[in-house]
Structure formats: C-alpha cells, structure tokens
Design a binder for this molecule. Sequence first.
Ligand code: SF4
Length: 267
Amino acid sequence: MLLAKDGIFPITKDKNGNPLPLLPASGLPFAGTIQGEGKLCGIPSLFVRVAGCNLHCCWQSVDGKTAPCDTTYAAYQIEQTLSLPIEDICAILLQNSDTIRHIVLTGGEPLLQAKELTTLCQLLKKNRNFHFTLETNATLFNRELAECIDLFSLSPKLSSSHTTSFRPSVPRLNPVCIQYYIQYARQCQKDFQLKFVYACEEDITEIRELLSGLQGWQNEDILLMPLGGTPEMMRTNAQKTLEYCLRNGWRYCDRLHISLFGDRIGV
Ligand code: SF4
C-alpha cells in the first residue's frame, strides 16, 4: 500500500515490537494521539494516512489569505511516500495499539486504495475488535470497504475550496455519493458525519442547498469547522463558524490536535 510520509502515526514500535530510534512527532514516549475533529474528538487513536488524492483543494479565507489542503504532502504535492506490504502495516498497528481501539483511515483520499484498505481492515478485525473511521471527500464509494467501517467522516468540498478534480469524471461535489453513504450508514447501523470547512458566507448557502437535497441526516450529523491549518487562522474564522453553527443547529467542529500539538505532521 502506498502511504504518505507520516504513514502510520504516532508509533513507537516497529512491526516486530522493537522500539523505534526516534520519538513520534507527538513528542510522547508512547504510541497514539487523539482524534482532533468530529464526533469522536478526543478519542485515543492511531492514524493510517494513504498517499494520493483525486481532488486538489486550495481555500481562500475572508481576509484574502490562501490555505491549501492541510496535507498537500499526502494529496497532490506528494513527498517521500512509504510503500509497505499490508501485513506489515497490520503488524505495526497491532504492536502500537495496547490501549487504543480506534483506527482512522485518512489521506489524501483513502478510497483510491479501497481494495488494500479493505484487506487491512479485515486482517485487523481478525486480531482485535477495532473501530474504524474512514475520512473521505465523499466523491467515491466502495461497498467492501464500507462494510469494515464504523464511522464515515464525509468532507464534501464546497466552491470556496477552489477544488479541481484530477479525474474529470469525478466531480468535486457528488451529492449522489454522499446520499449513498448516509443511506448505507443508516441501513447498517453505522454512524456518519458531514464535515464542512467554513471559509466564507457563501459556504453556508451552499451547505443549506446541499442538505435540502439530502435525506436521512439530523442536525447533530452536520459539523462546521473553521478554515485554518494554524491556530491563528482558525481563530480568524472561529467566531463566524460558531455563529453559523448556533443559527443552524449544527455542531461546531474544533481541530483539537492543532490546539494541543500545533501545526505539525504526524500528530
Ligand atoms: S480532498 Fe482532502 S486530501 Fe484531497 S486535496 Fe482536498 S483537502 Fe486535501
């Protein structure tokens, strides 16, 4: 499987259980971090970050500053990828998950490696009853992978993300695909969240329009997160984000990992 440079994080042991020579980016002498965003915010977790994305996002905030995707190194300016056999990824996760039950599959866009991730989840589930979160831009769906997932974290990209698609056949926003995830989650007693980035007022109109065409969601499934890969930029957008959450009954979504660790890769 092709992983981003932070690949599996934060970890302290290799696939055989031997200590790694360096501390993880968290600076802590043990594995794991917290999920920083969404319904499971604060839950101890391990992350698997795949390399590659089918979209190319770059936001512009109200003060005119541009904010590229916070994982460009994994998405479209790919650096130093790790190619690892699925069995090794499984072994590393098992060695580093003493007290951790939550694994987050993220990217880039994980659905581009759906087959490999399905095998990984199946292998892991055979060993332990892990909870899997899939973080996706919700332009693609894969039934086999979906069967392994407990929480679908859907982050549809709005016009303000200035997103272009690397595959013209895959649009930036795919309401049919989003609806499919919601329906599937409801039918299979799994959970989902729709997580939007707030960059400007027009986002709110677009979110309302999108939601009016979707069925099966409730206000608590809708999350609004301030644009910002740094604490400063988040502060700029936090007040408006909060205001729109309260006015619409949506959840405010923090980025707790940035408050705790700063703008760092691998936490
Ligand atoms: S879809 Fe997500 S990972 Fe891909 S470029 Fe956009 S923000 Fe980055």
